[in-house]
Design a protein around this ligand. Structure first.
Ligand code: CU
Length: 68
């Protein structure tokens, strides 16, 4: 597994957002390990998918993400 990537996802605010973010990343990489922290509005991802691919997918679902 690559190094964990931490993304800031400022528009996440509740369990629904968390579920959408988790599902969106899983759609790109079913093997990805995803940890959502709503209190800091960050997502830590271990995935073989390129960061750009994950960030594009998240933005398309309404959750723009930037590397921390
Ligand atoms: Cu929400």
């Amino acid at each position: 597994m690559p190094r964990p990537l931490t993304l800031s996802v400022p528009d996440m605010s509740c369990g629904h957002c968390k579920a959408v973010v988790e599902r969106t990343i899983a759609t790109q990489d079913a093997q990805a390990r995803v940890v959502v922290d709503l209190s800091s509005r960050t997502v830590t991802v271990e995935s073989a998918a390129p960061a750009e691919v994950l960030m594009t997918a998240l933005a398309d679902e309404g959750y723009p993400a930037t590397p921390v």
